[in-house]
Design a protein around this ligand. Structure first.
Ligand code: HEM
Length: 433
């Protein structure tokens, strides 16, 4: 693979390269492990080797997650009009939480949210996830009967995570359509070039979302319900609780704008990523029919199949870091203010860690060593939830379908983004079990 890529042809925003960037990442790992990608307004240093990525994400004192203050999204007219809109319509301030803050702020948020999003809360969702998934497998079969093929992304991979998180947040069925609209609006501005008017339209939906959840949270002050929202409201730092390095943690409970920003971050970080992973799992099973047959014979392989999908088809290909202090990464000097991208998708195919890295192999020894969920303090908060969704999806697809094949008409076009990788559509033909 490495022989074919010429780095002088690489462009981070080149849609043709975004369709299949892996040969370039492999070449970078070999020849330029910290690759300076030129973009309008500066340079992004792409870090591609597994060990370097791991070192960076562990060193939060040097590499900051406050990338939204690095000028990436700054647009004065939009900022002014958003402020106007939020004031006029009574929206709540958006607060940087978890993903976009550093310790010690991060420690407070993460500790409080972890108390709401406990392993038990996630495990208890399994019957709900299974019921939703079975309904979607039935939709897949119905679409096949009606149209002679199924578009898997819209029929299965989009509705599964958004319906699951809605149920987890106790959104009643009659508000599900609103919730889906709010969820789309929350991601409208990310990674795409939409107009200011379109962006403001999306923000109006976000304000509706804020008002709905603010009301639900207030209701739970009087009537606790033992759900994630009540847990968020009541989450407290314990008197004797200290940070990972023994430091004191700011023990203020979450404010309303903080809780609303956290709920929004769950949608933004969780829905599209899981959709993309589920779609890639289907593609990989279609391309590796022996693995599909083995899964059908032994559904306990579901977990491994999803895990290997995450490694090979890492949806969150890269995440920004802003350099805070002089650093040396693989012989490249980085200075305060420099912007780096930890390329999880590249690290997950590092041949020094994953032998035969381009092969889909759910039996590999170090299956869970991949970095698809990141590592360190920002390790994905939703990892357990999306792993559960992926496992149940693989089990229920294998139970409900006798066979399936990828349609010859598929073009396998990926959304044009270097950060989030996923297919625009995937047509399949299925036979019910
Ligand atoms: C296959 C699905 C998913 C993938 C590939 C994924 C990937 C990631 C990655 C790579 C990070 C680390 C970011 C960094 O290094 O800066 C992350 C963080 C995060 N993820 Fe996920 N994620 C997935 C699903 C979810 C779900 C379902 C949720 C919530 C319900 C979620 C919520 C979050 C949050 C809140 C963070 C920030 C954590 C922090 O900074 O402390 N993710 N995710």
């Amino acid at each position: 693979m490495t022989d074919t890529a010429d780095l002088s042809e690489f462009g981070l925003f080149d849609p043709a390269i975004q369709q299949c960037p892996h040969a370039y990442y492999a070449k970078m790992q070999q020849d330029a492990p910290v690759y300076p990608a030129e973009i309008p307004g500066g340079t992004l240093h792409l870090v591609t080797r597994y060990d370097d990525v791991t070192e960076i994400v562990r060193d939060v004192a040097t590499f900051s997650n406050r990338f939204d203050t690095a000028g990436a999204n700054f647009h004065p007219e939009l900022a002014a009009r958003m402020k106007e809109l939020y004031e006029a319509e009574g929206g709540y301030d958006k607060i940087g939480t978890m993903l976009t803050v550093d310790p010690p702020d991060h420690t407070r948020f993460r500790r409080l949210v972890t108390k709401a999003f406990t392993p038990k809360v996630i495990a208890d969702l399994e019957p709900t996830i299974r019921e939703i998934t079975r309904g979607l497998v039935a939709d897949v079969i119905a679409a096949m009967e009606k149209d002679g093929k199924v578009e898997f992304v819209e029929t299965f991979a989009v509705p599964l995570p958004v319906t699951v998180i809605a149920k987890a947040l106790n959104v009643p069925d009659d508000r599900l359509a609103d919730f889906k609209r709010w969820s789309d609006a929350s991601i409208a501005g990310i990674g795409t070039n939409i107009t200011i008017e379109e962006r403001l339209e999306a923000e109006r939906e976000v304000i509706q979302f804020q008002k709905y959840f603010a009301e639900q949270l207030e209701l739970r002050r009087e009537n606790p319900q033992g759900d994630i929202l009540t847990n968020l409201l009541n989450a407290r730092i314990d008197a004797d609780e200290v940070g990972d390095d023994g430091e004191e943690i700011d023990d203020r409970p979450l404010t309303m704008p903080e809780m609303l920003s956290i709920i929004q971050q769950l949608l933004v970080a969780g829905n599209e990523t899981t959709t993309k992973a589920l779609t890639e799992m289907m593609r990989l099973l279609g391309e590796n029919p022996t693995e599909w047959d083995r899964l059908r014979e032994d559904p306990s392989r579901a977990k491994a199949v999803f895990e290997e999908t995450l490694r090979l088809s890492t949806p969150t290909q890269g995440m920004f870091r802003v350099v805070k202090a002089d650093a040396d990464v693989a012989g490249t000097s980085l200075c305060p203010g420099d912007r780096a991208v930890v390329m999880y998708a590249a690290a997950n195919r590092d041949p020094n860690v994953f032998p035969d890295p381009d092969t889909f192999s759910p039996d590999r020894d170090n299956l869970t060593s991949h970095l698809a969920f990141g590592k360190g303090v920002h390790f994905c908060l939703g990892a357990a939830l999306s792993r559960l969704e992926g496992k149940v999806a693989a089990e229920e697809l294998a139970r409900g379908l006798a066979s399936f094949r990828l349609c010859d008409s598929n073009e396998y076009r990926y959304h044009p983004s270097f950060m989030l990788r996923g297919l625009v559509s995937l047509d399949v033909e299925v036979t019910p079990a």
